[in-house]
Design a protein around this ligand. Structure first.
Ligand code: BEZ
Ligand code: MG
Length: 888
């Protein structure tokens, strides 16, 4: 049976909890929520506590009546779900449209949504559900995305219309919503007289599209420090699911939606918290990417979700293509030159230079002064590209990896897990089930691990797990992480959790983090910038949950601090490493946390804040302690105390997430780059102190940012990339833009932790590497296009993200846009394929490339620009053509 974690408040009164925006205190969230999750607990619920008004002078426990009612209602719903007859069971499946755009319907991280949905519906039918499964994936997509959409001018099929009057009568929180969004029915997903419920019903299964947050395209709202209420359409959608469709259970389909990010406490929801109001007592099952335990955990804690993990796409080596293959051939010829063959060398060098220039790896002229050095640098670039790991295609729930993909996965895993080279033919035969003869101990271990991987990857566990959850049964827990380094994520189809928060950062992470910190300092010095005084450090939850806290450890190491543990070995604070042991100055580290990190790791928020405070208070010379020097200076100039001047941990206001630069850029609702800095500062200038509480400190943030030498973030997953997720430029790009506004352009570094000891690259290098190994690489884009509609959407998202980096950092070379334009827009065959598969996304790609030019991020020649414009128009015509066809 499901394990629901219910708990009283232990360290605060009911009234304090009710009034607080944070909800549970750090130690409560850890003991009562995070630790039970390791055993598969879900749907955490406060049911009581000590009341200031209660008996025995507030020492007796009393009930939080509305919470106890909700807990009872949830249990009752689980019981009736379990007892309901399959043929009668009603299930609501929720797809996402984020960011809201016609090309984005039904997209989710790493997932081929419609193929997966089709498989799940078939699995349900086979299990006994009453469900009319469309004949093909295309039919399913068309039923949802086309249908009567055009007739209503809607972005998907309108399944139901809720008249404004009815909404006004039935909406419990009408006044709160109207205060934010104006009178019902509101402007979102409405025709002025009714609200649309988008989706389609297939027997007893309703597949709906979650409405958007509503503020994505609204520059003023993007600036709000906090979030307030969902839109009329959002609230109406969930009410309709609960009360009208009368869902016995809701399945959120893929990573991730907006429900769990709605306003409310961070943990320990009350009945005033929106995620809790919206999901109500309906069992919530959430199909979630196995490598994203942090955002998954938010859904678990704030929207009572039981997670069902799905596998990320197979990982493969990028390989070389086109001009890069020619270049490599020449580089090999160069390496094969006999000593003394100067004549041949001087013939070959210009050929290599020309080939390198053709793929933007060198200038075409002047001729190299020192061909030996240039060529040896080229050799390592080409090697890095060839062996870069890339995600290959999208995952299909209920599908099978091909032998080829399995073999790719084995080759990548052998390298990541054992540092071993597994020949491809051997990998292929293992993928087919053979077990080769090992020649030594190391090979025995390698082959055994690879065999385990093959078994785990072949096991189809995701659809069965969904069916179990829909039966109201317990779902086993699983750690989240990347398959390459955490094979324990297999089998998928389990309820994701993080690590024991009392043990983050782990001893291993502390060692690894010290190395990572040193790599960063070394690179900064090697680039000629000297020893860094101040580093802006972007920190996410995911990266820490996956690595047991390596990024936290890196930040501590830079400051010269470490965690302090109690006698049970549990994290209880920070302590300084004496300067004599540190052997170098302390670095001032300004940390910006994602809202997700703040929610998930409250103990670590305090740890980082305490480390900065201890350093600021240490009686040490200024030149060896930049934190103290800067804090003293700020305190004196601003006449404030050291407690304030030493604040170094910044994030959103409680209950809010993200800088929203990604939404501004997605929707092109910004004029100049300074606006982006302003937006970042408004959203992210809340300083979290040693007590874990937030205070708005924009001046302090601006002052510290003006001193920043380098901005830094880790990249923990092969599946992710700085160009594949818009939050990277939202966070690291945002902080860089803020530092630039403060007067100096900081160096921007990415710590690639996906291999061995890690590598520090400049952002410019990282964007170039990802562009070549992914966007321009046929292996990558063909893998995407195999999934049609969603593949095109993924490619478009990469183009937008690249422009996000230009906007926030200016660190994208013009050749990137030129080659993207050539590859996707100027090649008529490719353009036709994109337009056919997902015309809205294809049109967006064209207009984004033009926008990038208009913002001066690249300068195409007249012919190219003209061709790009024509390509865009051709796709637009096609979009309209489709419209006409459907209207007819
Ligand atoms: C996080 O884990 O903190 C995070 C994940 C994705 C986007 C932004 C933040
Ligand atoms: Mg590492």
């Amino acid at each position: 049976v499901p394990y629901l974690a219910a708990h009283p408040l232990e360290f605060q009164t009911l009234e304090q909890w009710q009034d607080s925006e944070r909800g549970l205190m750090p130690v409560e969230a850890t003991i009562m929520v995070a630790i039970p999750e390791l055993d598969g607990a879900t749907g955490p619920m406060v049911f009581g506590g000590r009341s200031e008004k209660g008996g025995n002078a507030g020492r007796d426990m009393s009930v939080a009546a509305d919470r106890a009612d909700m807990l009872a209602a949830r249990v009752a719903k689980l019981v009736s779900l379990r007892r309901s007859a399959l043929a009668e069971r009603r299930v609501g499946i929720v797809l996402f449209n984020f960011p809201p755009n016609a090309g984005n319907f039904g997209t989710a991280a790493f997932l081929s949504v419609f193929e997966s949905l089709h498989n799940v519906l078939q699995g349900m039918k086979a299990d006994g559900y009453t469900v009319d499964v469309p004949d093909s994936v295309d039919d399913l997509r068309a039923a949802l995305l086309k249908g009567n959409a055009l007739m209503y001018g809607a972005q998907a099929n309108v399944h139901h219309r809720i008249p404004a009057d009815e909404h006004v009568q039935r909406e419990t929180y009408l006044s709160e919503i109207e205060a934010q969004w104006g009178p019902a029915p509101g402007r979102q997903q409405s025709d002025g007289s009714s609200i649309f419920v988008l989706g389609a019903q297939f027997g007893n299964v309703f597949v709906g599209v979650q409405p958007a947050f509503g503020y994505e395209g609204d520059p003023m709202r993007l600036l709000f420090e906090k979030s307030f209420a969902p839109t009329h359409a959002f609230s109406a959608f969930y009410r309709w699911l609960r009360e009208d469709f009368a869902a016995d259970a809701v399945l959120h389909f893929g990573t991730h939606g907006a429900l769990e990010f709605m306003p409310g406490k961070q943990a320990g929801m009350s009945s005033a918290c929106w995620p809790d109001r919206l999901i109500g007592d309906v069992p919530n099952i959430y199909l979630y990417s196995s490598n994203n335990p942090s955002e998954g955990t938010i859904a678990k804690r704030r929207a009572a979700a039981t997670l069902i993990s799905y596998l990320t796409p197979p990982v493969a080596q990028a390989g070389l293509y086109r001009g890069l293959v020619d270049l490599k051939t020449s580089l090999e010829a160069w390496r094969a030159l006999e000593p003394g063959s100067e004549a041949e060398a001087s013939r070959l060098a210009p050929v290599i230079q020309a080939q390198a220039a053709a793929v933007d790896l060198s200038e075409a002229e002047p001729a190299w002064d020192n061909a030996d050095d240039a060529i040896s640098a080229l050799q390592s670039s080409v090697l890095e590209l060839e062996y870069a790991l890339i995600p290959h295609g999208l995952h299909v729930v209920g599908g099978q990896m091909s032998q080829e993909q399995l073999a790719d996965m084995l080759v990548s895993s052998a390298d990541a897990m054992h540092g071993a080279t597994l020949p491809r033919d051997l990998a292929l035969s293992m993928a087919a089930g053979d077990m080769p003869q090992a020649k030594d101990e190391a090979e025995t271990q390698l082959f055994a691990d690879m065999q385990k991987l093959v078994t785990g990857l072949k096991l189809e566990s995701e659809v069965p797990a969904l069916l179990r959850a829909l039966d109201g049964r317990y779902i086993r827990p699983a750690p989240g992480g990347d398959l390459l380094r955490t094979p324990e994520v297999l089998p998928t189809g389990r309820n994701l959790h993080g690590f024991d928060p009392f043990r983050i950062p782990s001893a291993f992470a502390m060692k690894d983090g010290a190395l990572g910190a040193q790599l960063l300092i070394d690179r900064h010095v090697a680039d000629g910038f000297g020893f860094p005084q101040t580093i802006a450090f972007v920190m996410w939850g995911t990266d820490n949950l996956k690595s047991q806290g390596v990024p936290i450890a890196q930040a501590l190491a830079l400051m010269g601090a470490r965690p302090r543990y109690d006698s049970y070995g549990r994290l209880c604070g920070a302590e300084l490493i004496p300067l004599v042991d540190l052997g170098r100055p302390r670095v001032d580290v300004v940390i910006t946390l994602s809202g997700i990190f703040r929610d998930l790791m409250p103990l670590q928020v305090k740890l980082l804040a305490e480390a900065a405070w201890l350093a600021a208070m240490a009686d040490e010379p200024s030149e060896l302690n930049a934190i103290r020097a800067h804090a003293l200076d700020y305190a004196q100039k601003n006449n404030c105390d050291m407690e304030t001047a030493a604040l170094r941990v910044f994030s959103n206001a409680e209950g809010a997430y993200g800088a929203n630069l990604n939404l501004a850029i997605e929707n092109s609702v910004w004029e100049d780059e300074d606006e982006l800095a302003e937006m970042y500062s408004r959203r992210k200038s809340f300083a979290y102190g040693r007590n874990g509480r937030a205070a708005k400190q924009p001046d302090l943030l601006a002052a510290v940012m003006a001193e920043v030498d380098a901005a830094y973030q880790n990249l923990e997953s092969v599946e992710l990339g700085v160009t594949s997720l818009d939050q990277y430029f939202d966070t690291l790009g945002g902080i860089s833009r803020m530092a630039q506004r403060g007067g100096r352009a900081p160096a921007i570094y990415i710590g690639d932790q996906t291999r061995g000891q890690g590598t520090v690259r400049t952002l410019n290098e990282q964007v170039a590497l990802e562009t070549r190994s992914r966007m321009l690489n046929p292996k990558w884009y063909e893998g995407m296009l195999q999934h049609g509609y969603e593949g095109v959407r993924q490619i478009e998202a990469h183009v937008t993200n690249i422009m996000g980096w230009s906007a926030t950092t200016g660190e994208v070379d013009p050749w990137v846009y030129e080659r993207l334009t050539e590859t996707y827009m100027l090649d008529p065959q490719m353009r036709a394929r994109l337009a056919e598969l997902n015309p809205a996304s294809a049109a967006k790609m064209a207009s984004r490339l033009i926008e990038a030019h208009e913002r001066n991020y690249w300068t195409p020649d007249e012919d190219t620009l003209e061709a790009l414009r024509r390509a865009g128009e051709e796709i637009e015509d096609r979009l309209e053509g489709i419209g006409m066809e459907m209207a007819a």
